[in-house]
Every structure is written in structure tokens, then in C-alpha cells.
Ligand binder design. Structure first.
Ligand SMILES: Nc1ncnc2c1ncn2[C@@H]1O[C@H](COP(=O)(O)OP(=O)(O)OP(=O)(O)O)[C@@H](O)[C@H]1O
Ligand SMILES: [Mg+2]
Length: 458
């Protein structure tokens, strides 16, 4: 909280606030399983405020998969991430190791290097030359594996990290990175077609990624050595700042809600007015995406509020690799269907057959996890009733989807959101306990619950 007070508009300070809560309503949210091996781990989270010093390896260029058009020999990663002094240092190490020509220098998370990669590199199982650690400082965000570069806060580096969070290993399989770039292109197309989205749903640029090639097929790459650059928009109006939505649900030990205070809320009425504004942005963004046949994962860690003088004015989306699509709806809307690479041997949740399945991601992640957590936190911090939050959500959805108007899809959304007796509900514990091995997706299953928008007192 002291760090936040010293830098109240710093995205990084707010990332640490998000960790007070982590994923809302997940009973094991704050458990990060670093494994049993001794080794470094303290300081690798946003709460610590400590930098992570990157480890570097040189990988033969022909063993690299990439989505970037930048030439490997020009060392795009080192040049993007390091300041001149660090770059000189790394260049000298690469020269000494004979890893200059024909190699790509790649950053790794130091934990990943020590616990997951070093042994395989030493035995030659993984083709790489160790260039050593300690070059380039980066600070973890709430997602643990996405780091803010110390010297350039507009540039984040997302790294493979075999640690388990929410019961999933946080590695970066190449197909995810490939699909993320396709998803970004699809979202850009939506922005071009829908002026509201163009103005209110901004995107981080996540197209430049690199990963070690260990198999002939993209689908089989495990993603233990991989990274992606995340570039934040640099053309935001002066005076605007970024606030992860998740921070709006993070209460302090004294039951205060610093994010809402920062948005100038002094009492319950002002807090609910801010909630309405935030909810209106998220609901409209989600419903407009739905109308075009896609749904991003709109939980609070992926969605960042762009705050101007008048309060939240737009959303900035990051983490595109989980953009759900309904190909038939995309085709109907005249949007190109992204050619996702999926592993057909495992259940795939990226491409969905029915509109209702897309909506379920909206209901569970955007509303039940993200917005409801904010409403519940407001009720505590401002001594109010969380039912007010549900009432506002119903009101805003009814405003966006007025009865008797709109397309067939709007009618589908209205029926599922406002009229259906039940809503989908993400089950967490049984799927987590039932899993046999840790995979790269959070174990969950879909149950149902009473529609939270029905029976809310008017
Ligand atoms: N409010 C939140 N909702 C969901 N996840 C959260 C939240 N706050 C923190 N987290 C953490 O962030 C991660 C969310 O997972 P997700 O797959 O969206 O992100 P990621 O892919 O690791 O990173 P990024 O979003 O930076 O690309 C998990 O480790 C989770 O514990
Ligand atoms: Mg995320």
C-alpha cells in the first residue's frame, strides 16, 4: 500500500494490489505451487516488489519457432528488452560462448531455467548455450509469468513458467502463441468493423513470440522455453492511466477498497455509480464481441481500465490466446474465422458450436468472476448491499438488449441472460482434485446455478 501511495497511477503498483485478492472466488487462488525442489522463489511475485533478473540462452536459429517477422540474427528479443549496457554485456557473453552468428538469444525466467531447463541443456537434450543470468530486470504482474520491463513500462515480457497457479502449469505451448496472434488479428478486424469497439476496446500487441522447436508439429510443442512480447499502446491521451479491473475487487485488511477510492468514490452512491460505468463498458464490449461470434476471457486480470479525467473511458485487453470463437456466428457476421491450431486429442474449448457456449464464458468470467467480485467488495467497503450490484447489472443488460428489438442473436442473449431460470457456474474443486496431471488450462467444469439477475428486488 505504501508503494501504491508513492505511485498512485503506476500499473505495477496496482498489479500488486490485485494479488491481495487474486482470482475471486477460487478457493486456492493464492496458492502458487513452485515445486518441492530447493531453489529461488521468494521475490518472484508482484507483492514482493522485487525485480526478477532474466536468464539468457542462445538457441540455434533453425530450432526456433516464431510469429515475429523480425530477423533472428538481429537479436530482436535482446534489442527490444535490454538497455545499451545490458545488451553490450550479453553480446560479450555470447561472443565468448561462440553463440553470435546463427543463434537467437532468448530470455528465460530464472526459476524456469534452474528448475526446468538447466539439466536438459547441460545434457544436450535441449539445444542451447547458457549465456547466464542477471541481465535485464523485470517486475512480475499478478499473472506471475508476465513481467514489466524495468526500464520500459510499456513493454511486458510473458515467459514460460512451469509453476502451478490455479492448478495449471504456466508454460507457453507454441500453439497458444500462434493462436493468440490469430485472435489479435480477429479482434482488430472487429475494431475496424465496429466503431464502438474501435474506440472502447483497445488491444495490447502480442504478435511477436518465440519458442524452442522440439517437434515437427506445432501442436506438440510443450512450451517450456518460449516467450512473447506484449506492447502496450503508446498513444494514450496524456493524463490517462491504467488500472487492472481485478484491482477494483481487492479489499485491504481494513476493508477499504483503494481502487474505488482512487476513482474518487467517497460513499456507496458514488461507488455504485462507478460500478455502473465500469459494468457498462465491460457488458457492452462483451455483447458486441458476442454479436460477431467471439468472446475474450474477460476476467479482471485480463481486462485493464483506461482511466481519464472523467473516470474509466475504455478497456484495454491483454492475453489474447484464449479468444473463444463460434465459427458459424463469425461466418454469419462476415468476419474471417481464425485458423486456430488445436490439439484434437484433448477437449478443445477454443472453438464452440453453440452461441450459448460463448455466452457462458461471458456469464462466468465477465460477470460472475469479474463484476460480481467488484460488487461484493463495494458492499463490504461502503457498507452497502451487493444486491444493488446485481440490480445495476440487470438494468445495464436490459438497456443494451432492449426487449422486442435487435437481431436473433440479441434475442438469444436476452433469453439466456435475463429470462433463463439458470445460469452456468464454474465448478473448480472437484475438477482440480480429479485431474491426473497438471495441464496448461485451469481445471474446471460447468455446473449451473439460479439466474442471479432474476428475483433481484427492483
Ligand atoms: N482477478 C483475477 N482473475 C483471474 N486470474 C487472476 C486474477 N488475479 C490474478 N490472477 C492470476 O493471473 C493468472 C490468470 O491466468 P491467465 O491465464 O489469464 O493469465 P496469464 O496467461 O498467466 O497472463 P497474462 O494475462 O499476463 O497473459 C493466474 O495465475 C491467476 O492466479
Ligand atoms: Mg491473463
Amino acid at each position: 500500500m505504501d508503494r501504491l501511495a508513492a505511485a498512485p497511477r503506476s500499473l505495477l503498483a496496482w498489479e500488486a494490489v490485485c494479488c491481495l485478492r487474486d482470482r475471486p472466488f477460487h478457493p486456492l487462488a493464492r496458492a502458487k505451487a513452485w515445486g518441492d525442489e530447493p531453489g529461488p522463489r521468494a521475490g518472484f511475485d508482484a507483492e514482493s516488489g522485487q525485480p526478477v533478473w532474466l536468464h539468457w540462452i542462445a538457441v540455434p536459429a533453425h530450432r526456433v519457432r516464431t510469429g515475429s517477422t523480425m530477423e533472428a540474427f538481429a537479436q530482436p528479443l535482446a534489442r527490444s528488452l535490454l538497455q545499451p549496457e545490458g545488451l553490450n554485456h550479453l553480446t560479450a557473453r555470447a561472443e565468448a560462448a561462440g553463440a553470435q552468428r546463427g543463434y537467437l538469444w532468448m530470455p528465460m525466467h530464472p526459476w524456469q531455467w534452474q528448475q526446468q531447463a538447466q539439466a536438459a541443456c547441460d545434457t544436450g537434450e535441449v539445444p542451447c548455450i547458457d549465456l547466464g543470468g542477471g541481465i535485464g530486470a523485470a517486475y512480475p504482474t499478478a499473472s506471475l509469468r508476465s513481467l514489466v520491463m524495468h526500464a520500459q513500462p510499456d513493454l511486458h515480457l510473458k515467459l514460460s513458467l512451469g509453476v502451478q497457479a490455479l492448478g495449471a502449469r504456466r508454460t507457453l505451448p507454441a500453439r497458444y502463441l500462434h493462436n493468440g496472434a490469430l485472435a489479435q488479428r480477429c479482434l482488430t478486424q472487429l475494431q475496424d468493423r465496429d466503431p464502438w469497439l474501435g474506440q472502447h476496446l483497445l488491444l495490447c500487441d502480442e504478435r511477436d513470440w518465440w519458442g524452442l522447436r522440439q517437434h515437427d508439429s506445432l501442436i506438440r510443442e510443450a512450451g517450456d522455453i518460449a516467450c512473447v512480447l506484449r506492447r502496450y499502446p503508446c498513444d494514450l491521451a496524456p493524463g490517462t492511466w491504467l488500472l487492472p479491473m481485478a484491482a477494483c475487487a481487492a479489499l485491504t485488511a481494513g476493508d477499504d477498497l483503494p481502487a474505488l477510492r482512487r476513482l474518487s468514490c467517497t460513499d456507496a452512491d458514488e461507488a455504485w455509480a462507478a460500478f455502473r460505468r465500469i459494468a457498462a463498458l465491460l457488458l457492452e464490449a462483451g455483447l458486441r464481441c458476442f454479436a460477431s461470434g467471439v468472446m475474450p476471457e474477460l476476467h479482471g486480470q485480463n481486462v485493464v481500465l483506461v482511466v481519464g479525467e472523467e473516470g474509466p473511458q475504455a478497456l484495454l485487453l491483454r492475453d489474447h490466446d484464449t479468444l473463444r470463437i463460434c465459427p458459424s456466428l463469425l461466418a454469419e457476421a462476415g468476419v474471417d474465422v481464425p485458423a486456430y491450431a488445436v490439439d484434437t486429442s484433448t477437449p478443445n474449448s477454443l472453438m464452440l458450436d453453440a452461441p450459448g457456449q460463448l455466452l457462458a464464458y461471458f456469464q462466468t468470467l465477465a460477470i460472475e468472476v469479474n463484476l460480481y467480485a467488484i460488487a461484493a467488495a463495494i458492499a463490504v467497503a461502503f457498507d452497502s448491499d451487493e444486491a444493488v450490484g446485481w440490480w445495476i447489472l440487470r438494468d445495464e443488460i436490459a438497456r443494451l438488449l432492449p426487449a422486442g428489438t435487435g437481431s436473433r442473436l440479441a434475442a438469444t442473449a436476452r433469453a439466456a441472460l435475463l429470462d433463463a431460470p439458470e445460469w452456468p457456474f464454474k465448478q473448480l474443486l472437484a475438477p482440480l482434485l480429479a485431474r491426473e496431471t497438471a495441464s496448461t488450462g485451469m481445471p474446471s467444469a460447468l455446473g449451473s446455478m439460479r439466474n442471479p439477475l432474476r428475483g433481484v428486488p427492483s
